[in-house]
Each structure stands twice: as structure tokens, then as C-alpha cells.
Write a protein that binds this ligand. Structure first.
Ligand SMILES: [Zn+2]
Length: 435
């Protein structure tokens, strides 16, 4: 155990939480400057770059000998806002209580940010030349991802930063299954995401003489109800099947899904996300005054498809869900993006497995596709980078950890945060020195 590395990571995480980078508006430059100064005190140079001076990204590089692959340590500096209701401590206080670090970003993801920066600095201080470059990226605007100032901008404007491998957020929590097996998910890919507009048609009329059947508001309400009630058939891809086999599931696809879902409440939530498209109504609009029955009602939906699916699959899903008797058309509001998946046959995956074997003998590293979006998308898309979401969280209960993300009293066990720093130092040494 490296106590100075552990103390560095914890101290830095507390300092980072005290910098309010709630997005919107972000103002992540303050966090980037904090890391720059922290690295500078340890003799490590870094660069702040970006198109918006209030929302800069930090990058730093340990140059390798060119003998091996390069590794990016990535983490976003922004957090979601922390409305004060239900918080029992100051969300921006960097509070430690009873062995917990509590505050906005303690889980997502100033914890991992601090662990990666601390491990990067510790490795640099050792003076060993890595086989390939080790690149630290602390990027802005992940949570909203609408301003093109963070990773989307970096991969376009600074493609020199792209690495062969990257480690980011999205996994690492420990699930103790009902049958006794210990499983730790690692995120290897993401679903595709878009938003769609359904236009539900009816007949315009004066509201004083209503025809209940032709009212588009009524049809839209029915369509929404049917969308919520519909469950798409599960699709078990080869990679999902491998994942299920890795945690001991066997038999038919259907049987495996049922078994896996029964093994842990977190798996019960993850399995549908990995095997089904979701179309979730999130908005409604009409454009008439209250005394007019509108000819059209617009229903806005969030849509997440499996990696291999396209627009025709979305249309099929809607047809199956909404059924007969409703006149509607669909339009994609954004191109269907993402759906990239990194191979698990890599040195980075094996290094994570090796760490797990040392810390939790017998535990299984379980590849998963996440329903949410992370900045791994950008490096997979732009550079074909092998990117995983992983940082060990073995003490904090997985359910509690995931629930406090974006919630009140966001928290992590201090020991988990410290272990994260050690994991990243192990990872750099294993991949970039031992080879
Ligand atoms: Zn995050």
C-alpha cells in the first residue's frame, strides 16, 4: 500500500469537490487550473486548452519510448447541479464523515478524476520511461455535452491526443450474486442514442363541439400509454451471450436472461438495457390555443438502440408498440449516434482482470454495454481507441453507489477512492512498463 498516493488522491478529490463545476454553466476552468497547479507543484507540466476560456480542458503527457501502445487516463471535470433539498452536508464542502467522502462528484466523477491524476503524478515522479505515451485528459462538459467544448472538441482539434487504449468511467462496482459469485462489471460499449418526434394526427375542430374519437390529444395519450406498456423482445447478441456465460448462466437465451436478472437487483436493471431498445416519451407539444382541438400533437421521445440497430428498427418498435387505430409519423431529431463497442481481447482488459484476481480472487470481470452516454464514445469513434469504463469500488455497496450518482449525499467509501488510485498506478505499470 502506497500511503502517500492514497493521501494524495483523497486530498485532491476533496479539493476538486470544493470547486463548483455544476453544468450548466460548467465553469470547469477552475478545476483544470487546480489540477494544473497541483501537477506543477510536483514538477509536471500540463496544458489548458479549449474554445471557451471558462470551460478549458487539461491535458498532460508522459512521453513514452515508442515501443508500445499509448494509454489515456480520462475523466470529466463537470458535475450535475446539486439542488440543496435532501442533502445533509454541503455538496461542495469536500466533507469526510465516518469513512465516507460525501459531495457532488464523489461518485461521478471527481473520485476517478483525482485517482487518475494522483496515479499519473506518482508514475511521473518515479522517472520510468513508459513504453508508450501516457496521456492525462481532464475534460469539460460531459454531463450535458451540448456545447462542443469538451471531448468532442478535443478529438477533432487535437487528434494527437488519441491513444490506443483509454480508461474512463462506467464500471468497477462489486455485485455479489445470489448464487455466491462475485461479479464486477466493466463498460466496453454504449447503446446508440437519438431523440425522435412522433406526430400524432387527428382532426382539427372547435373545442366546444368535441368529437372524442378524432381528437389528436386523445390519440397521443393512447400512443404514449402503449409505448410505456410495450416491452421489446430481448435480443441477445454474441457479446451479451459471452457476458452471460462469464457469470455462469447457461441454457436458452431467455433462460439465461431470467436467471441473470434474478441474481442481483443491479443486474435486473442492467440486463434489459443491454438487450432491448428503449423509446421513452419525455415531452409533449401542441401549437393551438386551448379552445381549438389541435390537428397534430407532437410527442418527443428519448431513444436508445442496441449497437447494431438502425432507423428501421426504431420504426418497427413503434409499430409494434402503438399498434392500430392511431395515425402517426416519426422523425429522427438527431442522427442515431454511438453504439461503439471495444473488443475484450486486449491487454487492457487482461490487466483489469489481473488486478481483480489479486484483490478479489475468484471474482469475474463482466463486460457490459451501458445505456448511458460517456466520453468514451468520442475516443472510440475518432480513434478506434479501446476504451473501458472501470475503477474499482469494492467496499461501497453497488446499489448505494449507483443510486447516489446525480442524487443527494453522493458518496463513496474513502478506502474505495484510495484503492482507485492504486489500481491506476498498477495499470500504468503493468501496461506501460512490464509489457
Ligand atoms: Zn460521469
Amino acid at each position: 500500500m502506497d500511503s502517500s498516493l492514497r493521501a494524495s488522491a483523497l486530498g485532491l478529490a476533496r479539493e476538486l469537490i470544493r470547486v463548483d463545476t455544476s453544468n450548466p454553466p460548467g465553469r470547469e476552468t477552475a478545476a483544470a487550473e487546480l489540477i494544473r497547479d497541483w501537477l506543477a507543484e510536483r514538477g509536471i507540466a500540463s496544458e489548458l486548452i479549449g474554445p471557451d476560456p471558462t470551460r478549458l480542458n487539461l491535458i498532460s503527457r508522459i512521453e513514452g519510448s515508442g515501443q508500445g501502445p499509448s494509454l489515456m487516463l480520462m475523466a470529466h471535470t463537470d458535475v450535475v447541479p446539486a439542488p440543496l433539498e435532501n442533502w445533509t452536508v454541503d455538496p461542495f464542502g469536500g466533507v469526510i464523515a465516518d469513512g465516507w467522502l460525501i459531495g457532488r462528484g464523489a461518485v461521478d466523477m471527481k473520485n476517478e478524476l483525482a485517482a487518475r491524476v494522483a496515479a499519473f503524478a506518482e508514475f511521473a515522479a518515479g522517472g520510468t520511461r513508459p513504453r508508450g505515451d501516457v496521456v492525462l485528459v481532464a475534460e469539460a462538459d460531459e454531463e450535458r455535452n451540448v456545447s462542443d467544448v469538451g471531448m468532442s472538441w478535443l478529438v477533432r482539434e487535437r487528434p494527437d491526443l488519441l491513444c490506443d487504449m483509454a480508461i474512463n468511467e462506467g464500471g468497477g462496482f462489486l455485485l455479489r450474486l445470489a448464487d455466491g459469485m462475485s461479479v464486477v462489471p466493466i463498460s466496453v460499449g454504449e447503446k446508440k442514442v437519438t431523440s425522435i418526434r412522433l406526430r400524432v394526427h387527428g382532426v382539427a375542430a372547435h373545442a366546444s363541439v368535441p368529437d372524442r374519437e378524432s381528437n389528436a390529444v386523445r390519440s397521443a395519450a393512447k400512443a404514449i400509454d402503449r409505448l410505456f406498456a410495450y416491452e421489446a423482445p430481448a435480443i441477445v447478441s454474441d457479446s451479451v451471450r459471452q457476458t452471460l456465460h462469464s457469470i455462469g448462466a447457461g441454457g436458452s437465451d431467455e433462460g439465461m436472461l431470467e436467471w441473470a436478472s434474478s441474481q442481483h437487483p443491479v443486474l435486473e436493471r442492467m440486463i434489459p438495457a443491454m438487450t432491448r431498445m428503449s423509446i421513452t416519451p419525455t415531452g409533449l407539444a401542441t401549437h393551438e390555443p386551448a379552445n381549438v382541438v389541435p390537428p397534430v400533437v407532437e410527442v418527443i421521445c428519448d431513444c436508445r438502440t442496441l449497437p447494431g440497430q438502425g432507423e428501421s428498427d426504431i420504426r418497427q418498435h413503434l409499430e409494434a408498440a402503438i399498434g392500430d387505430g392511431i395515425d402517426w409519423e416519426m422523425e429522427l431529431l438527431e442522427p442515431l449516434e454511438g453504439g461503439y463497442e471495444s473488443s475484450v481481447d486486449t491487454d487492457l482488459f487482461r490487466a483489469c482482470e489481473e488486478y481483480l484476481a489479486r484483490r478479489l480472487p475468484g471474482a469475474v470481470l463482466m463486460p457490459m454495454i451501458t445505456a448511458g452516454f460517456t466520453d468514451s464514445h468520442w475516443v472510440r469513434q475518432a480513434g478506434g481507441t479501446i476504451a473501458y469504463g472501470f475503477a474499482p469500488v469494492f467496499e461501497t455497496a453497488a446499489g448505494e453507489y449507483l443510486e447516489s450518482m446525480h442524487g443527494a449525499d453522493e458518496k463513496i467509501r474513502v478506502s474505495d477512492l484510495e484503492d482507485m488510485a492504486e489500481f491506476h498506478l498498477f495499470l500504468i505499470r503493468r501496461l506501460m512498463v512490464d509489457g
